[in-house]
Write a protein that binds this ligand. Sequence first.
Ligand code: IVH
Length: 670
Amino acid sequence: MKSIKKKIAILRKKILKYEYFYHTLDQSIISDVEYDYLFNRLYHLESQNPELITSDSPTQKIGSHRINKFKKIVHFSPMLSLENTFSLYGYLNFQKKIKSFKHCLREISFCCELKLDGVALSIVYEEGELIQAGTRGDGYIGENVTDNVRMIKSIPIKLKGYNIPKRLEIRGEIIILKSDFIELNNQLKINNKKIFSNPRNAAAGSLRQINPIITAQRKLLFFCHGYNFFNELDDISSHYHRLKKCQEWGFLIKEEMLLCYTSAEVYNFYKNLQEKRCLLDFHIDGIVVKVDSIPLQNKLGFNTKFPRWAIAFKFPSEEHITRLIKIKFQVGRTGVITPVGYLEPIQISGVIVKKASLYNENEINRLNIHINDFVIVCRSGDVIPKIIGVLEERRLHDAEKIFFPIFCPACKSKLIKNKEEPIIRCHSGFTCHAQKQKMIHHFFSKSALNVMGLGPEIIKKLIKNNIIQNINSVFFLTSLQLQQIDNIKEKKSISIINAIINCKKTTFSRFIYALSIPHVGKMVSNNIAAYFKTAQKLLDTNILELSIIPGVGKIIANSIFCYISSPSNRRIIMELTNNIGIFWDKEEISSKILKKTLFFNKRIVLTGTFIHYSRKQCINILVGLGAKISNTVSKNTDFLIYGNKVGSKYSNALRLKVEVINEEKFLMLI
Ligand code: IVH
């Protein structure tokens, strides 16, 4: 007990010190990951020993990390996704690339696993005890679902067996069996509750319950397919055997797992499971093939999105025949006209499909699709409904040819074809009511200014009743005006008004994203915000300057320039920032995060060849973290990052006493 008391005291002291530096001195002396980690460790020790909780503990403070459900957690390393292929040809290409990597001549073994259609989860163990669990989120930041995960019987709270690393991260999939899903929905129906549309949603919904007791009642299963911090057990150099080790520690792994040496063996495994698929009591959407050797995995590394050592070899999507009832031409937020096909409802892979995008005019011509045609529909990538073909021989005499409109279906202005892309656009902007409605909705949406409660239906009604005319007028809404809309009572109207007031303090990148500039998504908005910092500087820019911002190519630079050249857009921006009072910290969150990394504003030189990233990728990462890259080492250089086969830059750095960082440390620091 004494040593636990001591551990708790040390953790509290550390956390309080970091909090003092962060909140009072505005300095971050550790990373968010480390902070969250220490915090969770403390929380865990305290919950195991409640008699040791004191009111001055950081865990007991309002605003501390643990007070709210589902606080954010930063993953130790990104939870990436997998490259997909739906064909043997695609798979063989993957194998070829691996074999040609560094002219690898020796035999390579591949570990074939099931691709479970579940919810990805990361669980962290410290000295064998579960201290944190998080959902995948955006891959970098997930939701802290530790309390709920502790309730899942197939997840050990304390690991058993030997050689458990001091810190261990287990990654895997939460699923619910098909049979348990049916039973759960029956139960929900009896209790007049909303049912889940498929087992995956049921697993996700059950995991993210506010009350962990409900999670405990759901029959969730967790299967492990990955891990981190295995370094203390470097002698197990095979992925297959590492998973077996995880099984010894108490995790479920799928027994359908096979080590293969040839593509024929892999294909056999794939075909076999494709046939068995419908007999299994859980959904799989393919197999995952991973290079088994961990040293080779490390050499292959990752590209920006996927590991190079694994691929998802997916089963072809189910194809079904149904009828195209009608086509609607939708006007998007940025004026793009998209034809959407309405179908006779049909169930595909457990989901009812009622409509599918036909993307653009080229697609309509390519398919030669007519209204009333029988069409073949699948779910592209097993998700998005897609019309892949037309049964022309079954075309009926009442089939109608589809013509792309010449005028905007909403505002009737003439549509214009884009020269660079197969896009037809309405250029009326705010004067087109369809665009206006979508732009206003987008401006206040979660990823933009984040006003809860201003959904598309409410915006539509506010415009229809002429209560709002543009974005600015939303800021002058009164509680009484909101109550003119059905279903909005006093309490809700007040909370919307408060949210509108609070949204004025935002970040520059959210503000830019909120403006609905064509081609400008969240990432580009981040980069633009980090570059300009103020609205005035953005309004004063030119195409040349825009083009040097990371992620901004010719099309995006043109689009931004075109947007800021329009007098009405300039007026909107000025009114929002000067009159309405939208503001952001000069150093917004993204640059705060940047500042927390060692590389912010540092002069960096790279030398040698890198294993995990190409040199260009390393440069992109560093620039993204606010570093300045140069080619030669001088006494002004802050760090030299080196890979294999270093040259004279390395000896120059040592001579000039420039700090040198190897690839492993670099990876850790980023
Ligand atoms: S390995 C770097 N193995 O599929 C990613 N993932 O599309 C390594 N998944 O987010 C993932 N079964 O949640 C791996 N046997 C399996 C899997 C699997 C399902 C999920 C996983 C991942 C997604 C990628």
